[in-house]
Design a protein around this ligand. Structure first.
Ligand SMILES: Nc1nc2c(ncn2[C@@H]2O[C@H](COP(=O)(O)OP(=O)(O)O)[C@@H](O)[C@H]2O)c(=O)[nH]1
Ligand SMILES: [Mg+2]
Length: 329
């Protein structure tokens, strides 16, 4: 899922500008239609076309925004969580509602104006009716000024959401800094990781996919320190991650060359186990240099030793999950 396709939302003045420019063009082309025609009939045609063009342009632009905006209530849980922690959800709903309201107002205004133009017989009346329409349409648009601004702000935030797949088995990689998370991600998924931004944390997520299309997320700066030391935004970022994780691979560096004693690493492990309600596979990395941590899979992301065993453990843990999902106890 990604939000890159959400197009920019303009100001209300810009939508009005576009609409009035379009209507001038339409009016011009009708006026230059040289077929002899009664002046009243022609003038009515011109003014009707102008108001119709303005209303259609505004309505279709508003409609486009409403349709393009993802339906928040139906987002996958990961993105739903992100929306809730990065955007004022109530205001978002209200703003989209305001655009809907404006659409209806413009349609009513158009219907009334067309009736009035049909009813009138005097030339100068057409102008008055059309001018009044323009004023009222502008006023409707002005009333959603703040909503359009808010939605543009929300769009920019949503554009910064990481493009995660929300329907594939997902493995979150955790462990203290420098234990070898990024190296392991590369060893398992081969390719260079895709880097995705994560809103409101300065960190980027590294994403990788293995041959079975399982998704791996390396979360530098996020799952490498005790949760208690997180600021509220980081905690919420972790909360969102919990929705996509099917499995956690926790990496321990038994050499302590990462700079953290085993005791600190164990504390983080306990923390992660408490936070994530999914199986945790413990991998001892850098075992090209030292003995593994007890009851873990011995590996070396650098030399490739034990990587097949890590893969096998992941595959069977995911398969067990799949089976238990099919046969709930
Ligand atoms: N000897 C050895 N060094 C490793 C191994 N895996 C990673 N490293 C080194 O450990 C350092 C930190 O690795 P990195 O993947 O960046 O750790 P991260 O911070 O957890 O992502 C780098 O210098 C790696 O080359 C390994 O299996 N053996
Ligand atoms: Mg890293």
């Amino acid at each position: 899922m990604n939000f890159q396709g959400l197009g920019k939302i303009e100001t209300y003045e810009q939508y009005l500008d576009m609409a009035f420019k379009d209507s001038m063009k339409v009016a011009e082309s009708i006026r230059s239609d040289t077929k002899s025609q009664d002046r009243i009939v022609k003038s009515r045609r011109v003014e009707s076309a102008r108001v119709m063009t303005v209303a259609k342009s505004l309505i279709s632009n508003l409609d486009g925004i409403i349709k393009r905006f993802p339906s928040i209530d139906h987002l996958p849980p990961f993105y739903n969580e992100l929306v809730h922690c990065t955007i004022d959800y109530e205001l978002l709903k209200k703003s989209l509602g305001a655009l809907n309201w404006a659409k209806k107002q413009l349609q009513n205004l158009l219907d009334q104006t067309i009736i009035e133009l049909r009813r009138n017989k005097r030339l100068h009346h057409f102008n008055v009716v059309r001018t009044s329409f323009s004023g009222r349409a502008s006023s409707v648009m002005k009333q959603i000024k703040k909503n359009l601004e808010f939605l543009e702000g929300a769009r920019k935030i949503m554009k910064s959401y990481p493009a995660l797949k929300t329907s594939v088995p997902t493995i979150v990689i955790a462990g203290m800094p420098n234990v070898g998370k990024s190296t392991l991600l590369a060893a398992i998924t081969g390719a260079k990781p895709h880097v995705a931004s994560y809103p409101f944390t300065t960190q980027k997520l590294n994403l990788g996919y293995d041959a079975e299309e399982n998704q791996y997320i390396d979360t530098p700066g996020l799952l490498d320190r005790p949760i208690a030391k997180r600021n509220p935004i980081e905690r919420q970022a972790i909360l969102a991650l919990k929705h996509v994780a099917n499995l956690v691979v926790f990496i321990i560096d038994p050499t302590e060359s990462c700079g953290y004693p085993i005791g600190d690493q164990e504390k983080l492990l306990a923390d992660i186990k408490k936070q994530f309600a999914v199986p945790v596979i413990i991998v001892s990395n850098k075992t090209d240099l030292s003995k593994p941590y007890p009851e873990s899979i011995a590996a070396s992301a650098k030399t490739g030793k034990g990587i097949d065993a890590v893969r096998a453990a992941i595959t069977s843990a995911l398969a067990r999950q799949h089976t238990s999902a099919q046969n709930p106890a």
